[in-house]
Design a protein around this ligand. Structure first.
Ligand code: GAP
Length: 463
């Protein structure tokens, strides 16, 4: 089976057509970098979250999970450095006043003009970017001159006010990580866990992103899944730990999500590019429809965050070892946007079956929104509908199951192929005679007859 990656347009079109992703507020013309997840998308996203949670929290004795607030005490973001250092370099189109990421403009210009061997924007300071843009006369996407780049803070600011007229500034969290750091002592005091251990969290993060046109890859709000893995740097070698976590990330993407290794690569951050808190950072890149881009980051954050919170809050955030040595634990942080994982699995498992004129999403069973779809051969035959409904009800108690009795069987198959449903069961007149059904395989389109009592067993065997 030849699997060619889809173009961005093909992906957007399929996801809209089959109810995975809709542009948000589309009746009002949409909102930049914001999407809603439809009936199939919400199931796929839930499966991704559950697989991540199972692999990294439930199946490891050294991990626990939490769910902290989106609105944290504003000092959190002062301590973490986000109010001052969580910035993107932006230029302004001098005619339209639209803003663009300076590093993205440079990267696109280099790709278009075969200059990718020159210094990359990741290696440039904001001043370097300004000089490069003016030396090469790089224009905005609307072909206008742009201003010199200026840094722009990504945090969304809002306010709370319980007393009329009194308001205080709070921020929508820019990363889920800080809710883990601020709960460090709550977790160590309330659980039996000991260093080295990790805390994981899945939840919404918010960033004031200006780069448009990357679908769910880069959005204003996104589902982040982050781990802070705490350790004693005198006992645990951070380089070895970083390598172990890189391997765990790689295994999850290739084995659990079924992504081919040739579509993945590691990239080490340059010194200028690395975040203010990090001593070493790698990106796990995926070959998205618009090229290699960061899927999942891993950083050695040292003791930066706990130290900062200890200083600003005055709370002791130290750990003690068996000899009563007190120290602030260090952390390795694997952090991923699950919307990017969502986009990756759709890209990876999408293919055009030219021979049979159909589009298929060959999602692994554990990712597929529905495991099986059940059809009566015809909707106007009550005797077939009754048996099919009975089968549907039984299956739906065990696995996600779709029901379809609209139009003809061929059209139903085409719909389920695009929805990523691995199997379709059809109830026909023979079912009434001998309690067998046809079961069709999405990827091969092969159909076999099996006893209706054996469907579940068959689905398990073929998962
Ligand atoms: N706590 C560390 C941190 O947040 P990051 O590299 O800024 O590090 C981690 O973000 C991951 O979050 C990225 O690798 C990416 O998967 C995801 N991410 C970041 N910004 C995003 C956005 N605007 N939309 C979707 N995902 C995003």
């Amino acid at each position: 089976m030849q699997k060619n990656p889809p173009t961005l347009d093909e992906l957007v079109s399929l996801t809209k057509r089959r109810g995975f992703v809709f542009q948000t507020s589309s009746i009002y013309g949409g909102l930049a970098n914001s999407y809603d997840y439809g009936p199939l998308g919400v199931e796929l996203m839930r499966n991704i979250k559950n697989l991540w949670w199972k692999a990294f929290i439930q199946q490891r004795e050294d991990m626990v999970g939490i769910d902290s607030q989106i609105l944290l005490h504003p000092k959190t973001w002062v301590a973490s450095g986000h109010t001052t250092a969580f910035n993107d370099p932006l230029v302004e189109d001098l005619v339209t006043q639209k803003r663009f990421r300076a590093d993205h403009l440079i990267q696109e210009w280099q790709e278009k003009n075969n200059k990718t061997s020159e210094k990359s924007p990741e290696e440039m300071s904001v001043e370097d970017m300004g000089k490069y843009i003016s030396a090469n006369k790089i224009m905005s996407p609307d072909n206008n001159t742009v201003s010199a780049p200026k840094v722009f803070n990504l945090l969304f600011e809002t306010s709370i006010g319980s007393v009329a007229g009194e308001k205080s500034v709070v921020y929508l969290r820019g990363e889920t990580a800080q809710g883990i750091f601020t709960n460090f002592t709550n977790i160590t005091n309330s659980t039996r866990i000991q260093l080295p251990f990790g805390v994981g969290q899945i939840g919404k993060s918010f960033r004031n992103e200006v780069t448009t046109g990357q679908f769910v890859f880069r959005t204003l709000e996104f589902e982040q899944a982050e781990i802070e893995y705490f350790f004693d740097p005198e006992v645990t070698d951070w380089q070895k730990l970083l390598e172990d976590w890189k391997q765990a990330m790689w295994n999850f993407v290739t084995q659990t999500l079924g992504v081919r290794e040739e579509n993945l690569r590691w990239r080490k951050h340059t010194d200028t590019e690395r975040s203010h808190y990090s001593k070493d950072t790698y990106d796990l890149d995926y070959k998205f429809p618009f090229g290699w881009k960061e899927l999942w980051g891993i950083a050695y954050r040292t003791d930066y965050d706990l130290k900062q919170h200890q200083t600003l809050s005055g709370e002791n955030l130290e750990a003690t070892d068996l000899e009563n040595r007190r120290f602030i634990p260090h952390v390795i942080e694997p952090a991923v946007g699950l919307n990017r994982v969502f986009m990756m699995v759709l890209t990876e498992h999408f293919w055009e079956d030219a021979e049979r004129s159909r589009t298929v999403l060959s999602l692994p069973q554990q990712l597929a929104p529905n495991t099986v779809a059940v059809f009566p051969l015809a909707r106007n035959k009550p005797e077939l509908v009754a048996v099919a409904k009975e089968i549907y009800v039984k299956l739906a108690q065990e696995v996600p199951t779709a029901w379809d009795d609209r139009s003809n069987i061929g059209k139903r198959y085409l719909y389920q192929d695009e929805a990523g449903t691995p199997f379709c069961v059809t109830v026909d007149y023979q079912t009434i005679e001998d309690q067998t059904v046809t079961i069709r395989n999405r990827d091969t389109t092969e159909q076999i007859r099996i006893a209706s009592s054996e469907i579940l067993e068959y689905l398990k065997k073929n998962s």
